[in-house]
Design a protein around this ligand. Sequence first.
Ligand SMILES: C[S@@+](CC[C@H](N)C(=O)[O-])C[C@H]1O[C@@H](n2cnc3c(N)ncnc32)[C@H](O)[C@@H]1O
Length: 159
Amino acid sequence: MKPGKNDAIGEELQSRHALLKSIWDIFPEKSISHPAPFPIELPTRCVYSILSDNKGVVIDPYAGSGTTLVAAKLLGLDYFGIEISPEYVKMAEERLKYCEKERIRIQMELEKHKVIKTFKQRKENGEWVGKFKKIDKEQQLTLIENKMVKSQQSSFLER
Ligand SMILES: C[S@@+](CC[C@H](N)C(=O)[O-])C[C@H]1O[C@@H](n2cnc3c(N)ncnc32)[C@H](O)[C@@H]1O
């Protein structure tokens, strides 16, 4: 993600936009008995990234098992679903009724949206900013040494 003008933090660096990149790795949904359910992380990410301050209504015209509606409800938004199959309408209604069971997955998804460091801070620390920064051999060795020390420290703490 790029900063705004003059290295200022751009709109895109607000926490809720933290995962707005082009490629998303999300596992397919296996626990819902609908032929093509979304993994709940998908609508959660889309809705959370776009709507803020609990404003807006989520409309899913092909609601299926109701995943998007459950995500909207757990995000505190109003929602509206349309579904042609009475069987899936029932399934969506059941999911909405017991949606609290799915809150943990929403929370885990939202955790990923936290911006811990800004682009500028990462750049200043020589950390990953989307492009590999050219460094000389000496800097490379220092980075490797630092990593080794950190991993030794964490394995020591685990004992
Ligand atoms: C790909 S599924 C959506 C799955 C949903 N995102 C979920 O997570 O469960 C598409 C759904 O659209 C419904 N559908 C198909 N044609 C429709 C129509 N004309 N109006 C409303 N629903 C329709 C199907 O019954 C099916 O459940």
